[in-house]
Design a protein around this ligand. Structure first.
Ligand SMILES: C[S@@+](CC[C@H](N)C(=O)[O-])C[C@H]1O[C@@H](n2cnc3c(N)ncnc32)[C@H](O)[C@@H]1O
Length: 200
């Protein structure tokens, strides 16, 4: 499943950089799912929480409209430097991205309500519930929110695992399942991609 759509050179290089600096990239099938979702909804404005070294950003940008802009947030300047390098290597011009260096929970409140087609979250697991709250504010009706690592290395399904990261990922799953404004879907690619559409 992970090998169904082989990655090209820019993605493989970005993946290698991400692994080297400890900004673990989304898996190949998860990246393909992001591109698919961005294409499906005709995404023109996407927020990414956790740029890493650019794997998920390339996938999102490849699914978005040709002149659409990805707003990507990361606390580590070096990760964003490598992400920008990856976008350029993939032929994605600087005008396609708005790179913001900062902590997600400080940056997200500054972004405009209802202005985004998609929000992808892949930074701090313990902050996932807060990212969901922010995403619900940022998304237009019909917009999509997605979380990587929704299975959290099979810990979410193990009732004996009660550490803060696992509890937070479990909590965001519960919030998404129970929120009547959302249409949820857990896609079992990689470490799990939890998605939801915000109803009209
Ligand atoms: C799992 S990596 C992201 C991988 C990336 N989405 C990809 O697929 O290539 C997580 C990233 O979140 C960033 N990060 C950690 N804490 C953060 C915070 N509080 N706010 C924003 N970004 C943060 C890290 O610097 C790291 O680059």
């Amino acid at each position: 499943m992970e090998d169904f759509l082989p990655e090209d050179e820019p993605l493989l290089n970005a993946r290698r950089h991400g692994e080297e600096v400890g900004a673990t990239p989304i898996g190949p099938a998860g990246g393909a799912a992001l591109r698919f979702l961005a294409t499906l909804i005709g995404a023109r404005t996407v927020v990414e929480v956790g740029s890493g070294c650019g794997v998920s950003g390339i996938c999102l940008l490849r699914g978005m409209a040709k002149d659409a802009v990805l707003t990507s947030v990361d606390v580590e300047p070096e990760h964003q430097r490598l992400a920008k390098h990856a976008y350029a290597e993939a032929g994605l011009g600087a005008s396609r991205t708005r790179m913001i260096i900062g902590r997600a929970l400080e940056v997200l409140p500054r972004l405009t309500d209802g202005a985004y087609d998609m929000v992808f979250c892949d930074a701090v697991e313990q902050e996932y519930p807060e990212y969901l709250t922010a995403a619900l504010r940022l998304l237009r009706p019909g917009g999509v929110v997605a979380f990587d690592n929704a299975l959290w290395h099979h810990r979410v399904a193990d009732p004996d695992r009660r550490d803060p990261d696992t509890e937070a990922v479990r909590e965001v799953g519960r919030m998404i399942r129970e929120d009547e404004r959302l249409v949820p879907l857990l896609i079992p690619v990689g470490d799990g991609l939890l998605c939801a559409v915000k109803r009209d």
